[in-house]
Design a protein around this ligand. Structure first.
Ligand code: SIN
Length: 562
């Protein structure tokens, strides 16, 4: 039996040099975090939003396609539910999906009331488009292809008009502080509960460096883990910090192996790393199609929805053709949309592509799959509660169960919106007492910031779109080796690298154990979906740096393989 990988039980950090207090701390400032803050306003006394960079530096700002909800004539939440379950390849939580699709329309109307300017048709109706996996036009968009930026703008305006909500920017959440749990009537002490969190702030005056916020609840809304991979559509801040700190503190991570690779990310060459330009699925929704070097349509005959098949299906078809032809990318043909349409409907993508020397009006766009979205995350119930008393999670950091093995396009902004509203419904009545943080018995540690590149290359080549037992074993060996590269300096690069390593190890473990192909998890050695053995979830927990992965069987929720 190989020795189990030991990761830091908590991050090495200086003792807090300053402290502050808030009833609720919200970590993250995208649609999930700011919605939670605005909805909690007036229901709890002191709300503090902490964000790793500036308010709009997260993934919401980058969302292009839009936000899905049954808003159009003839559409229904039931149809949205079916599309979500089918895309999720049997691994969705049906109750969570029902919450999402039923509460979605009202939540989007609330965003509109807040001042979000969605696009409208000439008749003044909300303009709705279609993306992969949807059988209806149900994606509301703004600024053509700048939906996230417009939502983020409206939310920031609302936060700025709420002086009672305090914001600390440039604040990396380091670790949760835990206090004694409540004692049951029979005298049995309950499990530890959230008492606060430590932050590293690049700030001015008193609040600079590591500090502690004492609080009664934490809402994690800190986004995803895209920087685990070499190429991703995610911004630099997406280093899995929220998932890693929740895992270290005793929360459960679920469905981590279901990482979604977006099929049409602009290919910038073999050496391009970090955040890559997304070519929204909405471009295919408006008629663009995928071709290989010889002009053959890639998606013809692959799926009834053709170029608008669910994302996993398209990503796999592109990868398959790339392997068959030995080419590093395929092409998206959207020339027939014409200059006027491109300028009006996709101004951001047009400008970005042109900035890289490709004019989509006259040229094919080189595209290849890249990491886009973590369908798994911190396991929550239907109100964002995690396993840890006082810890809630919402948005990409969470696994509410709505995405299953493959998120349906444009369901992510909606998830953050709907589940943050639900957290705000229950949290005020559940606020626990103030707890003194107890002594932290976890073993602190830190890996060196310079492991990042090897980690990303290993994850991309061995735990990316294509996976197999030998590749996953190699990845585990590399991650094991990287875990022994202790940091000599305590800094943000090392905190992030430790978080990336923690999440990568859990993801690779779950991917190795799932011996089937399902949704966005594609095993070359197990090419079929296998409901008899693998319908269910992998849950990951950690005890002082040692993880345990448990399979939790659960019947498929999509009626079985297509
Ligand atoms: C896209 O516009 O293709 C991305 C939308 C999403 O990820 O839901």
């Amino acid at each position: 039996m190989p020795e189990q990988l030991r990761l830091p039980g908590c991050l090495t950090a200086p003792s807090p040099g300053w402290t502050t207090r808030a009833d609720v701390v919200i970590v993250g400032s995208g649609i999930a975090g700011l919605t939670a803050a605005l909805r909690l306003r007036g229901r709890v006394e002191k709300i503090l939003v902490v964000t790793k960079d500036v308010l709009n530096a997260g993934s919401t700002q980058w969302a292009q396609g839009g936000i899905a909800a049954a808003l159009g004539p003839g559409d229904t939440p039931e149809e949205h539910e079916v599309d979500t379950l089918v895309a999720g390849a049997g691994a969705c939580d049906r109750d969570a999906v029902r919450v999402l699709v039923n509460e979605g329309p009202e939540a989007v109307h609330e965003l509109i009331a807040l001042g979000t300017n969605f696009d409208h048709t000439a008749d003044g109706e909300l303009s709705l488009t279609r993306e992969g996996g949807h059988h209806r036009d149900r994606i509301a968009h703004a600024g053509g292809d700048a939906t996230g930026a417009e939502i983020q703008r409206a939310l920031i305006a609302a936060i700025e008009a709420a002086p009672d909500i305090e914001v600390i920017p440039h604040a990396l959440a380091v670790d949760l502080l835990l206090g004694p749990g409540d004692v049951a009537a029979d005298g049995t002490p309950g499990p530890s509960a959230v008492a606060g969190l430590t932050l590293h702030v690049i700030g001015e005056g008193e609040r600079d460096g590591v500090g502690a916020v004492h609080c009664r609840a934490v809402v994690l809304a800190s986004g995803g883990l895209g920087q685990v991979f070499t190429q991703t559509t995610n911004p630099l801040v997406s280093t899995g910090d929220g998932m890693a700190l929740a895992l270290r503190a005793g929360a459960t991570l679920r469905d981590l192996e279901f990482v979604q690779f977006h099929p049409t990310v602009m290919y910038l060459g073999p050496d391009s790393r970090g955040q890559q330009p997304l070519i929204s699925e909405a471009v295919r929704g408006e008629g663009a199609f995928l071709v290989d070097d010889d002009g053959n349509r890639i998606m013809q005959g692959v799926h009834e929805l053709g170029d608008l098949a669910p994302r996993d299906v398209v990503a796999k078809a592109i990868m398959k053709r790339m392997l068959e032809t030995g080419r590093p990318h395929m092409w998206l043909d959207a020339r027939h949309l014409g200059a006027e349409f491109w300028e009006r409907r996709f101004p951001t993508i047009l400008a970005t592509a042109r900035s890289y020397g490709i004019d989509p009006v006259t040229q094919l766009i080189p595209v290849a799959p890249a990491c886009h979205y973590a369908s798994g995350g911190v396991r929550t119930d239907l109100h964002g509660r995690t396993d840890l008393a006082g810890l809630y999670a919402t948005g990409e950091v969470a696994c509410s169960g709505v995405h299953g093995a493959n998120r349906l396009a444009s369901n992510s902004l909606l998830e953050g919106l709907v589940f943050s509203r639900r957290i705000a419904e229950v949290l005020p009545a559940e606020l626990g007492r103030w707890r003194e943080p107890g002594p932290d018995r976890r073993t602190a540690g830190l890996v060196a910031g310079d492991v990042r590149r090897e980690l990303q290359e290993t994850m991309s080549s061995r735990v990316g779109v294509l996976r197999s037992a030998p590749g996953l074993a190699e990845a585990a060996a590399v991650l094991d080796k990287l875990a022994s590269h202790s940091a000599e300096t305590v800094d943000q690069a090392s905190w992030e690298a430790t978080n990336l390593l923690t999440i990568s190890a859990a993801l690779a473990d779950a991917a190795a154990l799932r011996e089937e192909t399902r949704g966005s998890h594609w095993r070359e050695d197990f090419p079929e979906r296998d409901d008899a053995d693998w319908a269910g979830h992998f849950d990951v927990t950690m005890d002082d740096g040692v993880t345990t992965v448990t399979f939790v069987p659960s019947p498929a929720t999509d009626g079985g393989p297509a």
